[in-house]
Design a protein around this ligand. Sequence first.
Ligand SMILES: CCC(=O)SCCNC(=O)CCNC(=O)[C@H](O)C(C)(C)COP(=O)(O)OP(=O)(O)OC[C@H]1O[C@@H](n2cnc3c(N)ncnc32)[C@H](O)[C@@H]1OP(=O)(O)O
Length: 297
Amino acid sequence: MALNLWRCVMKRAEARWCLYRSLYNSSHGFNESEVKRKLAELSGGSVKLCKGENGIAELGISNSSRKNALSGTMMLELEERISDLEKWKEGKGLIVYGTEDTFCSGGDLNTIKAISNAKDGLMMCMFMQNTLTRLQRLPLISVALIQGKAIGGGAELCTACDFRLMTEGSEIRFVHKHMGIVPGWGGASRLIQLVGSRQALKLLSGALRIPPEHAISIGLADGTLSSAADSALEEAQKWITPYTKGAANVTRAMKKLIVCGREHLFEDAIRKEKDIFATVWGGPSNLQALSERTKYN
Ligand SMILES: CCC(=O)SCCNC(=O)CCNC(=O)[C@H](O)C(C)(C)COP(=O)(O)OP(=O)(O)OC[C@H]1O[C@@H](n2cnc3c(N)ncnc32)[C@H](O)[C@@H]1OP(=O)(O)O
């Protein structure tokens, strides 16, 4: 009876959570089907998702002839993979990585050229903001594993993860200024939240190269990985494990608290904290812990 009531509370909370995932819909002038049709014509590369039995998924950006640039079809695939992750109730963590020697070289310049008019550019911008905001709001603890360069939109993509791990010799760089543009995939707003407005202004207006030590010193990155390229994913899995250990519903509830605290005004956030608290209180993990009476000394 108590467990059924708890399941009911949890189902309602999950449903409410789904309501505020995307930023734009038709009421904002966003025509999703039209932008999807255009992006589908701009092909190359792929975005692969592998969901592990340990609750940690790996999302691989791959476009080997273009340094993992995101083509139109890859933008669509990225959105599909995020939809898949939103439905993955056993999930606890996510590692986003680039195959071979680059994290991501940003938007595919061929795709960008094909949609360089104002209307298409704005639609693509809203599509990518929706996708990366949904990535950031996933109830999974996410890590961007940066091997090689994260450039332009690639730098924006890595800011949508909770943590950034960089291998030696890697680099994050917002090169938008040199392209005569500014970030539009939400990268500037997220960068300000991560490093503050003064640092963000320096990084964006100087299009500065950000190596691992600099990224760590300003709070943009969370660690440097020392492993060789082929074992970096394994090292990232080890790094994330202390944060994802334990019951999925508790890890997911923790991440939801962080999203609420970050995105809502204090009063709104603290009310949402109550709703999320109700999804774990009296649940199986809680009852188990009560019966074990663990000490933390
Ligand atoms: C949303 C806003 C945006 O993201 S705007 C896009 C910002 N990105 C860029 O401008 C990236 C430009 N590319 C570069 O700076 C270099 O190619 C980087 C990524 C540093 C790699 O240098 P390097 O290791 O010397 O390789 P390379 O230049 O020979 O490149 C190999 C092939 O890949 C291609 N490539 C690279 N980046 C892109 C891209 N974003 N879109 C399309 N193609 C890209 C290069 O053109 C090159 O192709 P090819 O072998 O000459 O045919």
